[in-house]
Design a protein around this ligand. Structure first.
Ligand code: GLN
Length: 388
């Protein structure tokens, strides 16, 4: 009864683990969402918007005020000048933004290069668009890629390279040199760069985020995707956006119009306040998450996990090969289920970030947008592993 297109899709493992967590009452370090409130200014702005007159459809590609705020923010952070009427499209979260983008730029039969491991939506997004994903590995411990392998992945049907920096699930931040390599390929072979920069403000140890769109020649061939979910702790508001050339923006708007019509109007209104927060907010955000990263990194290492320290985003990917051997588990999923049921901590099995599940078979992802108390409780529970 269901289409061939969706037959291959499995339920999102990330959200499935939240369901399992609720069944067993674990500490949920699976789905990446804060358990603390967003900034008060945002809540006040949302209340004002609800009390105001913002209850009907907004302009389908985003309210003028929000698109202007996005343009202002790109100037403030990256020195990029955008025309809010021609370059900016607001969608329902960066997930819909990515899907509308893929629908807008891909034709059936196109190939799209995706770095693996990857955030689970990119694969189905390509398939819905009729395109074929081609994977290039990011190799631990630093999750760099082999430039030759990337170059060899480009073929006559390649249309785009999708990447996510700072990266979910690895925490990798693509270096300037890596961005230049990708840009060179895009320019040489007439490819698009589709970048998911949702973690742009969650970056550690003094690193800076560089949008690939700011590299020479890349502005017109990059679709930069971001949103308010992670930077302002409002993953449920579903407000995301794409920045692209006028021609590509037109395509994204056409797809978006028929996919969702528009993002929630009052929350777009409140998002203007989010994007207008002062620079000090972002300093606070980085320091807050860096302290949480250090806390969780220490706790999982103390419990025996081999943890790859993230340079950005709010996840820690770990290797658990030795645990699998010690406890006799066949793979990451079996171990993740044991962690929920017996240890009381919920994680995401690494294989869900790989098209080749065997590559993620010894990996487990933890997230840390959680109160210190919650992270510490997870740490106490994980101590049981040593005695198990
Ligand atoms: N981006 C978050 C994660 O990776 C949330 C995933 C989701 O449920 N869409 O955990």
């Amino acid at each position: 009864m269901i289409s061939k297109r969706v037959q291959g899709f499995t339920e999102s493992v990330i959200r499935e683990m939240t369901r399992v967590n609720n069944e067993y009452g674990g500490v949920n370090l699976a789905q990446g969402m804060p358990n603390f409130p967003p900034p008060k200014e945002l809540l006040d702005a949302a209340h004002r918007a609800i009390d105001g007159d913002f209850h009907q459809y907004a302009i389908t590609w985003g309210t003028p005020g929000l698109r202007q705020a996005i343009a202002d923010k790109y100037m403030r952070f990256y020195g990029v000048e955008l025309d809010p009427d021609r370059h900016v499209t607001v969608c329902c979260g960066s997930t819909e933004t990515m899907l509308s983008t893929l629908l807008a730029v891909l034709n059936p039969g196109d190939e799209v290069i995706i770095f693996e491991p990857f955030y689970e939506n990119y694969g189905p997004g390509c398939i819905i668009s009729g395109a074929e994903p081609v994977f290039v590995p990011l190799e631990p411990p630093d999750f760099s890629f082999d430039p030759d392998r990337l170059a060899k992945a480009v073929g006559p049907r390649t249309r785009a390279i999708i990447f996510n920096s700072p990266n979910n699930p690895t925490g990798k931040v693509f270096t300037r040199q890596e961005l230049e390599l990708i840009a060179d390929l895009c320019l040489r072979y007439d490819l698009l760069a589709i970048t998911d920069e949702i973690y742009e403000h969650i970056i550690y140890d003094g690193r800076v985020h560089t949008p690939i769109a700011t590299l020479p020649g890349m502005a017109d061939r990059t679709i930069t995707i971001s949103g308010i979910s992670k930077s302002y702790s409002v993953t449920g508001w579903r407000v995301g956006y794409a920045v692209a050339s006028p021609e590509i923006s037109l395509g994204i708007r056409r797809a978006h119009d028929f996919v969702t019509v528009g993002a929630p109007h009052p929350l777009q209104e409140a998002a203007v306040t989010a994007l207008s927060l002062p620079d000090s907010y972002y300093v606070w955000l980085r320091e807050m998450y860096q302290a949480k990263r250090d806390l969780l990194q220490g706790l999982v290492e103390a419990a025996g996990f081999v943890a790859y320290k993230p340079a950005g985003a709010y996840y820690i990917l770990t290797d658990v090969a030795h645990f699998l051997r010690r406890f006799g588990f066949p793979d990451d999923t079996a171990f993740a289920m044991y962690l929920v049921k017996e240890i009381g901590v919920t994680t995401v099995p690494g294989s869900s970030f790989y098209a080749h599940p065997e590559l993620g078979k010894t990996k487990i992802r933890f997230c840390f947008p959680k109160t210190d108390e919650m992270l510490e409780e997870a740490g106490r529970r994980l101590e049981k592993l040593a005695r198990a």
